[in-house]
Design a protein around this ligand. Structure first.
Ligand code: 26W
Length: 797
């Protein structure tokens, strides 16, 4: 597309789609006009891909996920369609600021954190590789809440991304599927009829997901809940206006809001309804598509692979068995076998409080037939394996992890360490019964969004050096290794980093009225706030470092800017205290004339995908400091490494593999191993012992306890202090000394700019492994047994 064609397309949509003339158009109108112009280009590739995947009889992958944290889509689409130059030129002629249009797009936050963002990266990689696939999820009206700080405290506000027209989706009223809940079951021999008492409709909305270079596109289909019988006109005519709208409101509740808790399982009825709603709609849609092409349902596993993203869609097991057995006449055993061969399950956490369990009472009320089938699946498994100690139904609860494991032909962890721990902890007994079922697929991130698009300075430099092959073959980054020996290249590499830091410095000044030094270490911890991720360890080190500077202000300190980003679950009070503490500490430190030149704390509110895209390119240091054994993988760690931040981290999740790839000498390791953590937990009084052994730690905790950062309310953080001194399950105190020491080592290395630059460039050069393209190829080969279609490029040849 030439700039002139782009300009015409934009103006055409401005007038005929938006009904505006150029003289009156606002940023929103221009942004939508540009989006529609780009979307037109995508639709052609999308149709071509859809035709080829129907025609070719290829196996399709279905990715079922409660969350897709896709963020903004306009730039992603422009970059993958290679339309950036045309767009910029066209807009320049129209005197419109391209960047302002990009910033105007709401960030689609249909996810909480790592799991949802991974699903989004996977969708992009499947499109890039040409893996025929479809993502299924929920079209939440309100995504993850917007975070504001009020006197340092987190306040949640609804996120209303759908208030404006959403340019990227196509409503599919013809794809409407009935979903039932409750009611009763009538058993006829082994089979049964289920008569639900409550019905509603799942309506599809399709978003095309375009891969690199526009070669292939897949669909993300999100379900909206709609009432079966809309408006009650009789009630309305009687004057009962609220009651008339009631059924509609009730049905819509199902796709109303994303549950904002990613760590504690609440067992809420609405959540189970959401899970069944989107899983059942997706399965029916998948079977409808299968049956439009084939007749024999026994062939389903040959033509469809269904991936369950965590246990949230675990009801897919019993629902598929119910459809195949009760509705399509397969025997129960056969139905179970077909379902197992089709389904697979990814585990994303070992935290016991996050493992989903539903009470049999609730499950029986909402899904009576499914509860019966779960009982039979459990019995069948016991009979076949002779196992006494693994049960899905236990103590009046349905354990969704066990159910998913039993109903899947493969179960995967998301990093090597996490997969090993799955085998020895949560799924130990099941692993012994099925030793080949658990496999590892280490996570990855899409290099298009997380390098090419978010860091144009660095990606430009890379392309200049080694060509653009790295964009869809990230291993090619290793071609940078010889350049790393060239001081001139490293200088340019660090000049790109500095320019990114200067840009972030201006943003921080404008948005937060804090001035920071672009030559300081930009030290970044961005992720959900959780005790296991240990933001409070970072805060303690910050305080101890501040105290050391105050003791000796003229000692020639390496300047540092500590940047935090992240949300806490609304009901997770400890995490909310950590947020407030960071903000209180920031207030005191940033206004301390003795130290503020050397140490600043910055915590921009409302961390989301777009903010990540802004922060990551400017990072020098990546904080990956979880208690070993607790972080399943991490993916922010990969994005930061790829963009040339050095990691300070524990041997946890994918940090282990990052360190192996980039080399131990280019990674700042500290802390106990997962094994050492488990041993130390047995030591009574480990926290008190650690505090007694480290004067700095004791002093930092004492500053918090005495109200140094909360003079108006000295007792504000006694909860945190108490926890740290008496319990400290996450070993903050026991890891503090090594963490502090490592941070001072980092201060030293940073002063050697040539050495630091070389280490940073090596991190980029050696992080090709962390592309989600590699991850997806792993799933395709090991789990899905799916092949890539010939992409546009090959097909054109
Ligand atoms: C039922 C409540 C609930 C909701 C979501 C429990 C647990 C979750 C997710 C499993 C939490 C999550 O996002 N896990 C993260 O998944 C990432 C992608 O695999 C990993 O990189 C992170 O380490 C893991 O914490």
């Amino acid at each position: 597309m030439t700039p002139a064609e782009m300009k015409d397309a934009i103006l055409h949509h401005l007038v005929y789609t938006l009904g505006k003339d150029a003289g009156h158009a606002k940023t929103y109108d221009w942004r939508m006009a540009l989006s529609f112009a780009v979307r037109d280009q995508i639709v052609d590739s999308w149709f071509a891909a859809t035709r080829r995947s129907y025609g070719g009889g290829l196996k399709r992958v279905y990715y079922l996920s409660m969350e897709f944290l896709i963020g903004r889509l306009l730039k992603d689409a422009i970059i993958n369609m290679r339309l950036e130059e045309a767009a910029i030129d066209a807009l320049t002629e129209l005197k419109i600021d391209y960047r302002e249009l990009l910033e105007d797009e709401p960030d689609a936050a249909l996810g909480n954190g790592g799991l949802g963002r991974l699903a989004a990266c996977f969708m992009e990689s499947m499109a890039t590789i040409g893996c025929p696939a479809m993502g299924y999820g929920i079209r939440y009206e309100n995504g993850l809440f917007r975070q504001r700080f009020e006197n340092g405290r987190q306040v949640e506000e609804p996120e209303d991304w759908l208030n404006q027209r959403h340019a990227w989706e196509f409503e599919r009223p013809e794809v409407s599927i009935d979903i039932g809940f409750g009611g009763h079951v009538q058993e006829i021999g082994s089979r049964a009829n289920w008569y639900p008492s409550e019905m509603l409709i799942a309506m599809g909305h399709d978003t095309p997901i375009i891969g690199w270079d526009g070669r292939w596109a897949n669909t993300l289909r999100l379900w909206e809940a709609r009432p079966m019988h809309g408006f009650d006109l009789q009630r309305f005519n009687r004057g009962d206006y609220a009651a008339a709208a009631e059924p509609e409101a009730l049905a819509r509740t199902l796709s109303r809001v994303l549950y904002p808790d990613d760590t504690t399982e609440q067992g809420k009825e609405l959540r189970l309804k959401q899970e069944f709603f989107f899983t059942s709609a997706s399965l029916r849609d998948i079977l409808r598509r299968f049956e439009s092409e084939y007749t024999d349902l026994k062939q389903l596993p040959k033509k469809a692979a269904i991936q369950m993203n965590d246990t949230h869609p675990a009801i897919a097991g019993p629902e598929l068995v119910r459809i195949l057995h009760d509705e399509r006449g397969m025997t129960f055993e056969e139905a179970v076998r077909i379902a197992q061969a089709t389904l697979s399950y990814t585990n994303h956490t070992l935290l016991p409080e996050a493992l989903e369990r539903w009470s049999e009472g609730l499950m029986g009320r909402l899904l009576p037939r499914h509860l019966q089938l779960i009982g039979r699946i459990d019995e069948l498994h016991k009979r076949e394996t002779g196992s006494q100690n693994v049960r899905v139904l236990e103590h009046g609860q349905v354990k969704m992890g066990e159910l998913s494991f039993i109903m899947a032909h493969n179960v995967n962890g998301v990093s090597a360490l996490h997969t090993d721990l799955m085998k020895t902890t949560v799924f130990k007994d099941l692993h012994n019964l099925h030793p080949k079922r658990i496999v590892n697929e280490t996570n990855g991130v899409t290099p298009r969004r997380w390098l090419l698009s978010c860091n144009p300075r660095l990606s430009g430099l890379i392309t200049e050096a080694i060509g653009e092959g790295w964009i869809d073959d990230l291993d090619q980054l290793e071609k940078l290794e010889p350049f790393v020996e060239d001081a001139g290249f490293v200088d340019r590499y660090m000049a790109a980093k500095r320019a990114n830091k200067v840009e972030l410095t201006s943003w921080i000044a404008e948005k937060l009225q804090i001035s920071v030094d672009p030559d300081a270490i930009f030290d970044i911890q961005i992720k959900r706030i959780h005790e296991y991720k240990r933001q409070h360890l970072n805060v303690l080190e910050t305080i101890a470092h501040w105290q050391a500077i105050r003791d000796n202000p003229n000692a020639g300190w390496t300047p540092r800017v500590k940047i935090f980003g992240g949300k806490a679950a609304p009901g997770y009070f400890f995490a909310k205290d950590i947020i407030r503490l960071v903000n209180d500490v920031a207030r005191v430190l940033n206004s301390d004339p003795l130290t503020s030149r050397y140490l600043k704390v910055v915590y921009p509110p409302n961390y989301n995908v777009s903010l990540a895209e802004r922060l990551i390119p400017a990072a020098d240091l990546s904080e990956q400091i979880s208690t070993a054994g607790k972080e399943a993988s991490g993916t922010g760690n990969m994005k930061l490494t790829l963009n040339g931040a050095l990691t300070v981290g524990t041997l946890d999740g994918a940090n282990v593999e990052i360190r192996e790839c980039v080399g131990a000498e280019n990674f700042f390791l500290f802390g106990m191993t997962a094994e050492e953590v488990m041993t130390r937990r047995q030591v009574g009084g480990h926290a008190a012992e650690a505090i007694a052994a480290d004067e700095r730690l004791g002093r930092a905790i004492e500053a918090i306890r005495s109200g140094r950062f909360s003079a108006e309310e000295p007792g504000r953080y006694h909860g945190i202090v108490d926890n740290l001194t008496h319990h400290d399950y996450f070993m903050v105190c026991s890891d503090f000394t090594d963490y502090y020491r490592t941070q001072r080592e980092i201060d030293g290395v940073f002063l050697d700019t040539a050495k630091w630059g070389r280490m940073a460039a090596l991190n980029t050069a050696r992080s090709g492994y962390f592309s989600s393209d590699r991850t997806i190829r792993g799933y395709m080969a090991d789990i899905w047994k799916a092949e890539a279609a010939s992409t546009g490029e090959d097909a054109a040849q």
